[in-house]
Design a protein around this ligand. Structure first.
Ligand SMILES: [Zn+2]
Ligand SMILES: [Zn+2]
Length: 305
């Protein structure tokens, strides 16, 4: 097999594109393909100010790298989750990376603003992963809005999107089917959210990060992805092995055929704004403000004891 562009030895063969590419041609293909996805879904233009949510992992750092390289105005946002050494190492990777590309970085320290994930888990009935998702979404939106960014970009890849689609399909979670899309427009206090890597497999983003010498945190979060996510990713990879191209087609055909039908049904009542912090929420007080209240009460109680 040879690189389709130059005929040299390839570093990757992508059966879903029937495309083999060498190092150089893969990197430039990856960048052009990202830009095509951005334009295909109308994610943003060079006028927009983009905030990239970075965790220190390969996907988000690669995304930030590509967007800057394509000439977009993209800064980073890191939420420090207070998960021991793991969070410290991730923070350092993100800070070093921001410096190396000369880009602006915003930091939210959860241990100062609220409490670290391990402490939150002790105070809540929810799992660490669900709390983490909630406080990250909350802070991504709040910070983007407060600092005047028009778009929030995350590094979700095809494996993330296709596996969560499969999990939600199996449970016939129709609400999800009308909500999952690579672009969610600004609405009712939410900034526009985009996923420019939604058509790249995990293998492709990892290779791009490696070829560009991007230093990312390789270890998984100690709380790790929940077991069911890993299971659905694994199943999809096994289907992909047997029938190459299935994963991408499964996702793209959902976007084309299924999402438009369920989207209308999803039109729910408008969200209100949290009485305390002003972020959008269906309740009077948003879940993050309720957590904060619980932490304050807990501190009061333990001081009084
Ligand atoms: Zn080549
Ligand atoms: Zn609130």
């Amino acid at each position: 097999m040879r690189c389709r562009i130059c005929g040299r030895k390839p570093v990757i063969y992508m059966p879903h594109h029937r495309l083999a590419l060498c190092r150089e041609d893969f990197a430039s293909w990856f960048e052009r393909y990202t830009d095509r996805t951005v334009r295909e879904f109308g994610m943003f233009t060079s006028e927009d100010r983009i905030l990239v949510a970075v965790s220190g992992g390969k996907d988000s750092l690669a995304l930030w790298h590509v967007l800057r390289k394509l000439g977009y105005r993209a800064d980073g946002l890191y939420v420090h989750l207070g998960i021991g050494d793991y969070s410290e190492r991730s923070r350092r990777k993100v800070e070093d990376f921001a410096r190396s590309i000369g880009a602006g970085l915003l930091l939210v320290d959860l241990t100062q603003e609220l409490a670290g994930i391990p402490d939150l888990e002790r105070l809540s009935a929810r799992s660490a992963c669900s709390l983490c998702g909630m406080v990250k979404r909350y802070n991504f939106n709040r910070v983007a809005r407060e600092h005047g960014y028009s778009v929030l970009a995350t590094g979700h890849n095809l494996d993330d999107e296709a596996s969560s689609l499969l999990a939600n399909l199996i449970h016939w979670n129709l609400k999800y089917l009308g909500r999952k899309y690579p672009v969610l427009e600004e609405e009712g206090g939410f900034v526009r959210k985009v996923k420019p890597f939604c058509k790249f497999t995990e293998k492709e983003t990892a290779l791009y990060a490696l070829l560009n010498g991007i230093e990312f945190v390789e270890e998984e979060c100690p709380f790790s992805e929940d077991a069911s996510t890993i299971f659905y990713k694994d199943i999809l990879n096994r289907i992909e092995e047997r029938f190459p191209g299935t994963k991408l087609r499964f996702y793209l055909e959902y976007l084309r055929k299924v999402y438009p039908r369920f989207r209308e049904e999803e039109e729910e009542g408008a969200l209100g704004l949290c009485r305390v912090c002003g972020e959008p929420t269906p309740a009077e007080v948003c879940p993050v403000c309720r957590l904060r209240e619980r932490i304050l009460n807990f501190k009061k109680d333990s001081n009084g004891a």
